[in-house]
Ligand binder design. Sequence first.
Ligand SMILES: [Zn+2]
Length: 100
Amino acid sequence: MSENEPTSGWRTGRFCAEKARLQDAFLHAMRELMSLQTQQTQALIDGDPDFSRFDGLIHLAGEQRDLAKYALISHIETHACWEGAEEHGTHQSREGKADG
Ligand SMILES: [Zn+2]
């Protein structure tokens, strides 16, 4: 009854390794940002006069988070691999943009 089903096909279970990777990167970047914000909050609570030293790090972490977010969104839109997403036959990949 069962044919030789392709297990790696994203159409079957909508599992996409690239999406999972991008999602993971986005979550990681979010945690990174939250961690820095928590540290800054704690520094402020502790009366650390140098609490603003986190500003630059938080700014950078925010940029990283946005990059990760846009990469994920862009991939989902082009690959249509998000759960419940409509399929549209185009999946052009535009990679190598955020490197460097
Ligand atoms: Zn995908």
